[in-house]
Write a protein that binds this ligand. Structure first.
Ligand code: 5RP
Length: 299
């Protein structure tokens, strides 16, 4: 029987009781194989249990996004400060030096551009190519409630199966359609479906109300997507709230690479995520690092 609004009040999420993780530092990963755990330990810092992932895969459906026009000039330097980098195989092969010793989270879905229905995606990478590129995780969009919901969920389960075959974790990104309500109820639904169907990491959006119910009801680590560019103090506050409410870090793009001084922003986000720095102190750090940075413009 479908869970109805009437049953909502009866739900108990026990947000104050962290899920036990016997024998491994990451939620839901204790029973995974060695290779999978090793890759997860490259993405998530075993000391803090968290990650600062840099998302730069936006071009796979929207072309040369502001801030990503020249990956080689302005974005590669940022990668050295991230714990992991989320990107497409095209950018990895063409623009990223193979000497970059950072875990790669490879975007494996694609199809429609911003001119079409975005939920109509297919898998767009062979697992052999992901292995060839030595990735630490594979990732795709999942459109719960979207027009092509079933297709995107099946894309995910196929990717999870391929990843399990070779010990590569899958990160499911809960995509939000244009007309969808972004609230905790929706994200609980989307994140839980992705975890139930096998994803080892979920990337989702922060919501101001009841985000802790989203993380508590999801048995695998959640990383917070940044979303569109907002003022720096707001972005730092959002990251702080997300990790305080159970997120295992962030996977941020525009709020880092579109900021005035992306390197300073990266350090401020790192302080929030790995040191639990208060947003106001992290903003002070950002300002002081910004003052020391003449210009991020390579020309
Ligand atoms: C959606 C993605 C993007 O990588 C991600 O959401 C973008 O990061 P941000 O929202 O922080 O710019 O998975 O396509």
């Amino acid at each position: 029987m479908a869970d109805t609004d009437a049953a909502k009040e009866a739900k108990k999420f026990y947000q104050d009781v962290p899920m036990e993780t016997p024998g491994f530092f990451l939620k839901g990963a204790a029973s995974l194989d060695w290779g999978m755990k090793n890759r997860l330990s490259r993405i998530f810092n075993p000391q803090t249990g968290r990650t600062v992932m840099l998302a730069i895969d936006h071009g796979y459906f929207q072309g040369p996004t502001t801030g990503l026009e020249r990956i080689d000039l302005t974005v590669v330097p940022l990668m050295y400060d991230a714990d992991a980098v989320m990107l497409t195989r095209g950018i990895l092969r063409t623009s990223v030096p193979p000497t970059l010793n950072k875990p790669i989270v490879m975007r494996c879905s694609g199809g429609p551009s911003i001119l079409k229905e975005l939920s109509n995606e297919e898998l767009a990478v062979d697992i052999e190519d992901a292995i060839r590129m030595n990735v630490s995780a594979i990732t795709l969009q999942v459109f719960i409630g979207g027009e092509f919901e079933t297709r995107s969920v099946h894309n995910m389960t196929r990717l999870v199966d391929m990843g399990l075959r070779y010990g590569i974790p899958t990160m499911a990104v809960t995509a939000v359609g244009k007309d969808m309500v972004r609230d905790a109820r929706y994200f609980r639904l989307a994140c839980r479906i992705c975890a139930e169907l096998g994803a080892q990491i979920i990337k989702t959006y922060y919501v101001p109300k009841d985000f802790d119910t989203v993380t508590a009801s999801c048995p695998v680590p959640i990383v917070m997507a940044g979303g569109k560019k907002i003022p720096v103090p707001d972005a730092l506050t959002m990251a702080h709230n997300a990790v305080s409410q159970g997120a295992a870090g962030v996977d941020m793009g525009r709020n880092i690479f579109q900021s005035e001084t992306p390197k300073a922003m990266m350090q401020a986000v790192r302080a929030v995520v790995h040191e639990n720095m208060e947003p106001a102190d992290a903003f002070d750090l950002y300002k002081s690092l910004t003052k020391d940075t003449d210009s991020q413009d390579p020309k």
